[in-house]
Design a protein around this ligand. Structure first.
Ligand code: ADP
Ligand code: ZN
Length: 746
């Protein structure tokens, strides 16, 4: 290979341009595409990634690279290609993509390996030496004797622990020139203390066999394979297929990435994988948000160096620097947490499909409730579809019972939190010593504090939402905003009209917990939501107690909706199924169907069949009815018709532009100007909305306006929007963000 004279780099800063630098001779051998370098920039220096190597450059005033960061190139050519694709597709500067693609600890290269002191005898230690020493320094002699017996170098810490001698003694030996102390890099293993018991392959049922074959066929001929959508009902044994498919990939000398939603990345999940590959469990690397910077550094290098062959992680693990990838799995592919809500606003499932294409590997998307987009891709032949229609061991799907809250309200005047039917069912489970899960997608005690005289609710001063009342001591009986964290004391009288007429309205998980505890004083009730799980181990501990039967009733939010597998849970109560339905979002119906199906999937995972109670004010809404009958195909058909009528995904791509500012007038004016410019520059195949106030008009003190664009050719649309934005000077306090394939329409 020719030594590069110049390189083109992208700097880790908000500079949209790529810059050229010359390569000093001393670095020329080691610089390649994907290398990280330090370069002079203006009057400072900056970190950057090498995008290309050049023989010549036309740029003026070229300066040389200052230094190379790290040894090997950090970004592979295929990952760089992926970054370019993301930049074009998501209408986002390459530099922002690189920031997501490389973890901060790697980009900055400030943290390095943890070092440990290693002891090694310098020469053969003979007994005479030890005896000579024993008279003058008995402790040194004792330590030397221990060292003489060593077969290989040992860490100083371990040696001192085992011999109960001190560091001073060790140093003295080194000073005498009898031993050598040297520093060595070691790996921080977040799972070092855990033991993994090997688990064997399960014998697959015929549906699983067919599904696995589809995946192994794709592994054998990755050039020709399409992405595979694995649609398996809850409890159908998708994980077992993942595990055996990964084994197949390893046998072929390839590696694998498994993406799971952050919320499902539990110790239980990790254990599953580590146990199956227990004979070499260090080949499994885990990437999630709870790692320390040091652990992240080590896991990343373990992957980059090729020692790890399986990576399990949340969204950003789709960028794992793994080599020879044979298989990428996206579990729960419909999960909205795969979408990153800050730039680059990418969807990890879609990035996974593109990465698989670039790496020429197989990709499997699994779900009990596939997204409309993926299922549509499967029915139109873009993806291959495999279905698991049965739960393993022919376990029954749970029976879904709909409770009409309108009737309950008529009976009881006010709507109870628990209908009579649901509370009877709970009592019945308590008697039989079976467990119950109660689900409500809303935190807090009361969701608003209203004045019954003037009708005003207490709103957040920074956001256009009502403040939630929390009784829990961690927030000390205050009102708090779930969007910006603002808290306020509870006023005695209405600050608007001065009347002593404040009432608490609406309810959240805290209230459910306390109501259930009052109703069933003998039962052990626990709550699991973002408020009660602030302590690091709380999640694990609560799950353990639930598993071992110490908890009878678990109340919670999304946190308990996903992937938990507890055989003794025979009842699930959905306290209010309408919460998602009334959001101003074209995916509201889809989310409700998914949520009901997923939550219901927690019931009846053991011998006893499960029962689900769905409390709702809209018992006849299609997503509730289809979920009730476990009818995915029926639901898909009717939802698809609705999307087609309204020109929504999967028929058209959507792009949401948000223009925001602390100053309402300037935000509005800028949004309106932008719409005018877009009308000029976009061909008519794209439809453009007016600039409208966002449903959440004010967030964290900023006024927000939305522009919704729809069209088929998303790459083209992204380019045109970027060009329009670049030509439009916005006032300094106005920010415009672009979200391609948006999931947050508030
Ligand atoms: P899903 O992810 O599809 O909801 P899981 O993978 O959690 O389902 O599987 C449900 C349970 O069935 C797990 O406890 C799993 O170990 C078990 N299981 C999976 N496949 C088999 C099989 N072929 N034979 C027996 N048990 C199985
Ligand atoms: Zn707020």
């Amino acid at each position: 290979m020719m030594k590069p004279a110049y390189v083109r780099v992208i700097i880790d800063r908000g500079i949209r341009r790529e810059l050229d630098y010359s390569v000093p001779d001393t670095l020329a051998d080691r610089i390649a595409i994907g290398s990280r370098v330090r370069v002079p920039f203006r009057d400072k220096s900056a970190l950057a990634t090498v995008l290309a190597t050049l023989d010549q450059s036309d740029a003026k005033g070229i300066r040389p690279i200052e230094a190379l960061v790290g040894e090997a190139p950090t970004v592979s050519p295929s990952l760089l290609e992926l970054a370019h694709w993301m930049s074009a597709y998501y209408c986002c500067p390459l530099e922002a993509v690189m920031r997501s693609l490389l973890p901060q600890v790697i980009r900055r290269a400030e943290i390095s390996w943890k070092k440990q002191l290693v002891v090694q005898p310098l020469a053969k230690i003979d007994n005479g030496e030890i005896e000579k020493l024993r008279r003058r320094a008995p402790r040194q002699a004792e330590l030397l004797e221990a060292i003489a017996k060593l077969e290989k170098p040992i860490s100083a810490a371990q040696l001192l622990r085992e011999s109960s001698l001190d560091n001073q003694t060790l140093r003295a030996l080194a000073k005498r020139g009898l031993i050598e102390l040297r520093e060595e890099a070691i790996e921080r293993d977040p799972h070092a203390d855990e033991q993994f018991i090997a688990s064997a392959n399960l014998e697959l049922n015929p549906e699983q066999v067919a599904a696995l074959k589809k995946v192994t066929d794709a592994l054998a001929t990755p050039d020709r394979a399409k992405p595979i959508l694995l649609h398996g009902v809850t409890g159908s044994g998708k994980t077992e297929i993942y595990l055996q498919a990964i084994r197949n990939a390893l046998d072929r000398g390839r590696s694998a990435i498994v993406l799971v939603p952050e919320i499902s990345l539990t110790p239980q999940t990790v254990e599953h994988f580590k146990s199956r590959f227990a004979e070499m469990h260090e080949v499994v690397a885990v990437l999630h948000s709870h790692l320390s910077q040091g652990e992240r550094h080590d896991e990343w290098h373990k992957i980059h160096s090729g020692r790890a062959r399986i990576v399990i992680g949340a969204r950003s693990a789709v960028f794992a620097p793994l080599k020879d990838i044979g298989l990428i799995i996206v579990d729960e592919e419909h999960e909205t947490t795969y979408k990153q809500e800050e730039a680059p606003r990418y969807h990890a499932r879609d990035v996974a499909v593109v990465r698989a294409k670039l790496e020429k590997c197989a990709v499997v998307l699994g779900s009990a409730t596939p997204s409309l987009e993926s299922y549509h891709n499967a029915t139109t032949g873009k993806y291959d579809l495999v279905a698991l229609t049965q739960r393993v061991d022919e376990r029954q799907m749970p029976v879904m019972r709909i409770v009409d809250l309108r009737q309950e309200r008529r009976k009881a005047k006010i709507a109870p939190i628990l209908s009579e039917k649901l509370s009877q069912a709970i009592a019945n489970r308590l008697e039989k010593r079976e467990q119950t899960i109660l689900f409500l997608n809303r935190r807090g005690f009361s969701t608003s504090l209203l004045c019954s005289n003037c009708g005003q609710a207490r709103n957040c001063p920074n956001c256009s939402v009502a403040l939630t009342f929390h009784r829990h001591p961690s927030v000390a009986g205050r009102l708090s905003c779930h969007l910006c964290g603002h808290t306020a004391a509870v006023p005695k009288k209405c600050p608007e009209c001065g009347k002593d007429a404040l009432i608490y309205a609406g309810f959240g998980t805290e209230k459910v917990e306390s109501t259930v505890s009052q109703l069933f004083p003998k039962a052990t009730v626990r709550r699991m939501d973002a408020d009660s799980m602030t302590r690091k181990d709380a999640y694990r501990e609560t799950l353990r107690n639930f598993r071992t039967g110490k908890i009878d009733i678990l109340v919670g939010t999304q946190m308990i909706a996903k992937g938990l597998d507890f055989p003794n849970v025979t009842l699930v109560g959905i306290i209010n199924a309408d919460l998602a339905l009334h959001l101003p979002d074209f995916r509201a119906g889809e989310r409700t169907f998914q949520l009901l199906t997923q939550v219901a999937g927690r019931a009846g995972r053991g011998e006893t069949p499960g029962e689900v109670f769905v409390q709702t004010y809209t018992p006849f809404s299609p997503s509730i009815q289809f979920a009730r009958h476990h009818d995915f195909a029926g639901y898909f058909q009717q939802e698809l018709e609705f999307r087609e009528r309204c020109d929504f995904p999967p028929f058209k791509h959507a792009m949401l532009i948000t223009v925001r500012s602390e100053h309402e007038g300037r935000a509005k004016l800028s949004a309106e100007t932008l719409v005018r410019r877009l009308r000029e520059s976009l061909p008519t195949e794209f439809t453009l909305s007016d600039a409208t106030p966002a449903p959440l008009e004010k967030l964290q003190g900023q006024f927000r306006f939305h522009i919704l664009v729809r069209g088929q050719a998303i790459m083209r649309l992204s380019r045109l929007v970027r060009e329009t934005l670049e030509k439009l000077p916005l006032p300094e306090d106005v920010i415009a963000t672009v979200d391609v394939d948006p999931y947050q329409l508030l």
